[in-house]
Design a protein around this ligand. Structure first.
Ligand SMILES: O=P(O)(O)O[C@@H]1C[C@H](O)[C@@H](CO)O1
Length: 351
């Protein structure tokens, strides 16, 4: 292999409800009143559902699934003109890792709600802003809030911002996530540099590339071997050493499930048998979209919880989002430093 250690069994190396307008009454994370169901005054006996204009817009954005090249181009123009920049590096902040965007200098901030045709974030720990600016001398754009399949968005929509990044000029995608550690060697707070993935949603017939292919983005049948840039992995390992956290850095395989429920013990055992080291609910479709349009990819998982692979009645072994957020907050400094230093190296190498 290639110089870096791959993890193995002996390893080293405001929730505001659902987004689909269903029963709990919230719509797309907007801070709006619950749906008000009323008897239709016409006396037809049908229930009427009153939505605010904001909720109606959010529903439309949720169900608008096609993003032709020209629409992506319009969004990219809005961002490059609005920021006066053509960023070279795109960052997607994982759950609780929004601080990766807070360290951007001279930030121009775009609320997702104000970007034409952009979805909105509905998950706690995903602020819903695009931040454009500079970091370590490089021009960057960061998504402070990503879109997940379980929010009700189709995969192509979850990863649509990656294509926006591409048309803004981005060459490198940095994707980060919070994940459960399945490899028994991983501890909470460790960082796993992704060197491959198992696309469980793909096994089930879902892909962000489904539907007509626009060759202006990439080929109909993209190859995904070597999706994760080896030079960047090796540089990140070196940076980890320089930071004195080499024992907390691993290289491994991530798998994305649909969520929002966490996994059963049987599922976790199966994933482990398949060679998966960390499990989450994102990133894979973003990476597929980035590789399709030939971006260089660096991705890591912050291990926010250890996944139990044996049956137990202990409540404290169950994954929960509060713990995920708390661990991410605790480790944000190390994650920010790793990302900044790597971006600095990319910038210096290209200067
Ligand atoms: O956006 P990421 O993948 O970092 O978020 C993970 C997966 C779920 O959204 C959430 C579960 O706690 O954290």
């Amino acid at each position: 292999m290639t110089g870096y250690k791959v993890a193995n069994g002996n390893g080293t190396a405001k929730t505001n409800g659902n987004s689909n307008g269903h029963s709990n009454g919230h719509c797309n994370g907007h801070k709006s009143a619950d749906y008000t169901a009323q008897e239709n005054p016409t006396g037809s006996g049908k229930i009427r559902c009153e939505l605010t204009p904001e909720e109606l817009r959010a529903l439309r954005v949720l169900h608008e699934d096609t993003y032709p090249y020209e629409v992506i181009e319009e969004i990219a123009d809005f961002i490059t003109k609005g920021s006066g920049m053509r960023p070279k590096i795109g960052i997607i902040c994982g759950s609780g890792l929004g601080s990766l965007a807070d360290i951007i200098q001279d930030p121009k901030i775009f609320e997702y709600e104000k970007i034409p045709n952009f979805p909105v974030s509905t998950v706690e720990g995903h602020a819903g802003r695009l931040v454009v600016g500079t970091l370590e001398g490089a021009t960057v754009m960061a998504m402070q809030g990503r879109f997940h399949f379980y929010e009700g968005y189709p995969l192509a929509k979850c990863s649509m911002p990656v294509r926006v990044m591409k048309l803004c000029g981005v060459e490198y995608l940095f994707a980060t996530n919070a994940a459960g550690g399945i490899n028994p060697r991983f501890a909470v707070g460790d960082i796993m540099l992704m060197h491959d993935h198992v696309n469980m949603l793909g096994f089930a017939g879902n892909s962000p590339l489904q539907g007509p292919n626009d060759p202006r983005f990439g080929p109909r049948f993209p190859a995904l071997v070597n999706s994760y840039n080896k030079d960047l992995i090796n540089k990140a390992i070196e940076i980890g050493k320089a930071m004195g956290i080499e024992s907390n850095i691993h290289v491994g395989v991530y798998s994305c499930l649909g969520g929002p429920n966490y996994e059963t013990i049987a599922e976790l055992k199966a994933l482990r048998m398949m060679g998966v080291d960390a499990v989450g609910m994102s990133t894979v479709h973003e990476v597929i979209t980035a590789r399709h349009c030939d971006m260089k990819v660096f991705a890591f998982s912050l291990i926010t919880n250890k996944c139990a692979t044996e049956y137990s009645d202990k409540k404290d072994e169950e994954a929960n989002h509060e713990e995920v957020m708390a661990v991410a907050k605790n480790r944000q400094k190390a994650c920010c430093e790793l990302v900044s230093r790597l971006i600095r190296e990319i910038h210096l190498a290209s200067a």
